[in-house]
Ligand binder design. Sequence first.
Ligand SMILES: Nc1ncnc2c1ncn2[C@@H]1O[C@H](COP(=O)(O)O)[C@@H](OP(=O)(O)O)[C@H]1O
Ligand SMILES: [Mg+2]
Ligand SMILES: [Mg+2]
Ligand SMILES: [Mg+2]
Length: 411
Amino acid sequence: MAINCLRGVPRTPFLSKPNSLIPPPLLFSRRAPLVVTAAAFTPMSYDKELAAAKKAAFKLMFLLYADFGGLSVLGFFSLTGKVQKALLQSDVHSKSDKSPVTVADYGSQAVVSFILEKELPTESFSLVAEEDSGDLRKESGQETLKRITKLVNDTLVNEEAYAIATFSMEDVLRAIDNGKSEGGSSGRHWVLDPIDGTKGFLRGDQYAIALALLNEGKVVLGVLACPNLPLASIGGNNQHSSESSHDKVGCLFFAKVDEGTYMQSLDGSSPVKVHVSAIENPEEASFFESFEAAHSLHDLSSSIAKKLGVKAPPVRIDSQAKYGALSRGDGDIYLRFPHKGYREKIWDHAAGSIVVTEAGGVVTDAAGNPLDFSKGKYLDLDTGIIVTNQKLMPSLLKAVRASIEEKVSSL
Ligand SMILES: Nc1ncnc2c1ncn2[C@@H]1O[C@H](COP(=O)(O)O)[C@@H](OP(=O)(O)O)[C@H]1O
Ligand SMILES: [Mg+2]
Ligand SMILES: [Mg+2]
Ligand SMILES: [Mg+2]
């Protein structure tokens, strides 16, 4: 089978819970009904939070952009893009689970952590993020820490407003360790994957900076920056392509609860609202899955696709760029079935899932349950993650169940 490998306004305002300090009878008394009702249902806009998250993600997009070309006029770089990129990709370390981590992963986490703290000084700050500073605090990590610190200083060089001349190595370690929060079902927590798809980043393929905000265990906003994702569709549908968008890469998706999903490019043009595909016939559908066979069972996906009658070959790309591409209708289905024993982390799905659901899609586990982000840093789910539009979901779920049953009975 041929495989397609790619290189390279508000509907309903979000209502807060009724104010529990107001005794219930007063809510309905004749004395002050209007005042109480208005105070009790203040809409939460998350505007400040979204602006801060986008600021951080755009800065990193510019920094990591594959070919900085005309962007250097913005003054973010002391090196040319290609040299900088080569440097970032050459310093690779192996974590205790054998997965790779680079200067870019650590640097991105430190930059996001700094920017969120500085931009939102009045809010209590909790961050659940993938990386920690353990290896960088060892003697063997000192050279890498120096490179990360240079990267962070280069990225934030124009931020006079932050009133810090230069960030020290200790500042960087502290910023990375801000990401140690455990998350959970109460309060607000930022969720960050500083580089999602590190393997894709190292190959020069797809990767993403994925940042989301949880409130009371629910994802309320997400920003997904995909520096290598073409502006033009990467599927057969090509609904967003134009002559000028064919060669351009660098897409930032953002979504707030009940306000839809938007996509923006690096050239300063206005965001455009995006929607998942409207395909109803599975035979016309195409599907995404991980590039890495170690991350998802490709044979199970192909059995599901066959049962559904999907004709197109799988589109295998790294990272949550799959969620972004699906949210704008480049493809119709995303299938993810990790090998037995693997536990999914919230940072691998929080931003991507709201980007898809706000674009009209559905994200569930293999049993059809919504993903639960309230249980700490792991997602507690049944077997795998499936994503599609509302029309295709019932037949997709049926095919998933049948394929899983077949697989289990063949063992
Ligand atoms: N054995 C495994 N099974 C499933 N996912 C895995 C995995 N090992 C690593 N991952 C996760 O898969 C993510 C990449 O997903 P994808 O395959 O869609 O590109 C990785 O994110 P990072 O690259 O941020 O570490 C990592 O969290
Ligand atoms: Mg990783
Ligand atoms: Mg990840
Ligand atoms: Mg990562």
